[in-house]
Design a protein around this ligand. Structure first.
Ligand SMILES: [Zn+2]
Ligand SMILES: [Zn+2]
Length: 137
């Protein structure tokens, strides 16, 4: 079991499943929302348990996607594509990420110009290898 929360603790969750490797998304939307690029793990939707959701708010960032954030401290916690069976969780919001690693970088065609992606790390100009539908992690 993994746990995590926003910066102020008003929104918190548990994950009751093994974590998918983290995927780093460099799309303009993730960069604007997070202030940098956004990296997220994922679990089956049923494995996410919201422990405290009194401050959780949702922002619809694409037709089928909403992003969950804390209405108090504004941490972005969740990326929820309603067409998928899984839900993405910002890896930086985990209390202890355990052995979680990053598998690849996506939307690098939109990446910021002020940083580099580590050499040898798999990268994709768009949505990545396993996803034909487009959209972030
Ligand atoms: Zn908060
Ligand atoms: Zn993105």
């Amino acid at each position: 079991m993994y746990s995590g929360s926003c910066a102020c603790g008003a929104a918190s969750y548990e994950l009751h499943a093994p974590l998918r490797p983290s995927v780093a998304c460099h799309c303009a939307q993730c960069r604007k929302i997070s202030g940098h690029y956004w990296s997220a793990t994922a679990v089956p939707r049923a494995a996410l348990k919201l422990v405290s959701e009194r401050a959780l708010k949702w922002y619809r960032s694409s037709p089928h996607v909403r992003r969950g954030f804390c209405g108090i401290c504004r941490s972005t916690l969740l990326w929820d594509n309603e067409e998928r069976d899984s839900i993405s969780i910002g890896s930086g919001t985990l209390d202890d990420a355990g052995g979680l690693t990053t598998s690849h970088h996506i939307f690098v065609a939109e990446k910021g110009t002020y940083y580099d992606i580590p050499k040898g790390m798999p990268r994709y100009p768009g949505s990545g290898p396993e996803d034909g539908k487009g959209g972030p992690p």
